[in-house]
Design a protein around this ligand. Sequence first.
Ligand code: MLT
Length: 313
Amino acid sequence: MAPKVLISDKLSDAAVQIFKDRGIDVDFKPDLGKDKVELLKVIGDYDGLAIRSATKATEKIIANATNLKVIGRAGIGTDNIDKDAASKAGIIVMNTPFGNMITTAEHAIAMMFAVARQIPEASESTHAGKWEKSKFMGVELTGKTLGVIGAGNIGGIVCDRARGLKMKVIAYDPFLSQEKADKMGVEKVELEELLPRADFLTLHVPKTEQTANMITAERIAMMKKGARIINCARGGLVDEEALAEALKSGHIAGAAFDVFAVEPATDSPLFNLPNVVVTPHLGAATMEAQENVALQVAEQMADYLLTGAVANA
Ligand code: MLT
């Protein structure tokens, strides 16, 4: 009998086609992820579950998933999956680490420009017919120091693009070798050195026990007066309360956040502060990236279900 896969989030149609072409029985129910009760009822029928971020593969869902062999996350972060529960149940968890890295890096660069030139506020004011030309004085990126925390797949692309913008790039990443840093044209530094030197700070690390709340009030105080902070990685890396205070006092000049401690974020200490640019976790939201991650997750899951080959687990 053909393996059965459930797609419970909005995945590109390309994924459905791949499963079909590989002889897998696929149910595409893009809104099911939000309906925990219904998901709980049907999950026992499936060998594979393909998700983005709306579906939460909790301990309870996994306990009911008696036939499940693989959960595929079309994206990088797997924080919406209870990995301990999956591992105990012998379920493989896969992600697609490469499909959306360019898109996410581009969003961080876009957010850096947006906060440097107050583009969202200037746009809103212009739409309102105000023509406040002298209100929106920005800063140049050329010659400024960008502090990158995490110079892996996404952070590495941000470093490359920032160098193209003629920024001086310094990076804190315990996994970055000196040789690689030299190749990238990036100065490898410790966090304590990066914070006071950065004009712009951007984070590109997953949220783990080590990185949660890593940018505390104390570390924000170590930053240069007038610096700007960009977070397109994971909510909860930066203490939002502390940052809001630093923005109000003028110690930090601006912030651009795509991710929040609690998502969906309907409220945050950062909301409605001047020169804070916010987007609703759009880091991976391009046509290209969504196509890439959907294709990758479907191929990887099909490989595992049909041949036992494991990738990106
Ligand atoms: C990811 O983990 O791939 C990104 O944060 C994108 C997303 O969650 O939609």
